[in-house]
Design a protein around this ligand. Structure first.
Ligand code: ZN
Ligand code: ZN
Length: 170
């Protein structure tokens, strides 16, 4: 939820949307497109089967690869800059869901995938989302630029997890 770590993110300081009846509690921002998608309020974006509780998957609206999915927590939470160590299990769950969605779509070479977060401000949507792209070896030129491993604007997950574990050691 935004309130808990709001101090670190001026962007997240928008007034909370009035909770719509029956939306199942907090973490919903009616102005956020990913909140609406995850609650099936955007007819243009179909949710893909995703067995992970609390997460949804759907196709990126502007695919950068043959397979390009987004894994999104249903509860609104800020972008990857607001992630903390305690979010590692969530991120791992998101990665797991990303692999599952690839396998469900008959992509099984898990060495040829790219998963990561866009580092603000190179991120158009502040709701946390994991990009899942495959095959990584066939990314087009533009996609290679945008989703380049550990570029300033695209932080691949394993790198980031490593950073977190180092953080937690001191
Ligand atoms: Zn949201
Ligand atoms: Zn993004």
């Amino acid at each position: 939820m935004v309130g808990e770590d709001g101090a670190a993110t001026p962007e997240a300081a928008q007034p909370p949307a009035d909770p719509s009846p029956g939306s199942g509690g907090g973490g919903y921002d009616g102005k956020c497109v990913f909140c609406r998608i995850s609650r099936r309020e955007e007819p243009g974006t179909a949710l893909l089967p995703c067995e992970s509780e609390g997460l949804v998957c759907f196709r990126d609206i502007r695919p950068g690869a043959r397979h390009h999915y987004l894994v999104v927590p249903i509860e609104h939470m800020g972008n990857c800059k607001t992630l903390k160590k305690e979010h590692i299990p969530l991120v791992e769950k998101m990665m797991e869901a990303g692999k599952n969605i690839l396998q469900q779509n008959n992509f099984t070479d898990l060495n040829d995938i790219r998963m990561g977060f866009h580092w603000p401000p190179f991120c158009s949507i502040s709701h946390l989302h994991l990009h899942v792209l495959a095959p990584a070896s066939q990314l087009g030129f533009l996609s290679r630029m945008i989703y380049r491993i550990n570029s300033y604007w695209f932080i691949t997950v394993t790198f980031h997890l490593l950073e977190w574990s180092l953080d937690s050691m001191d």
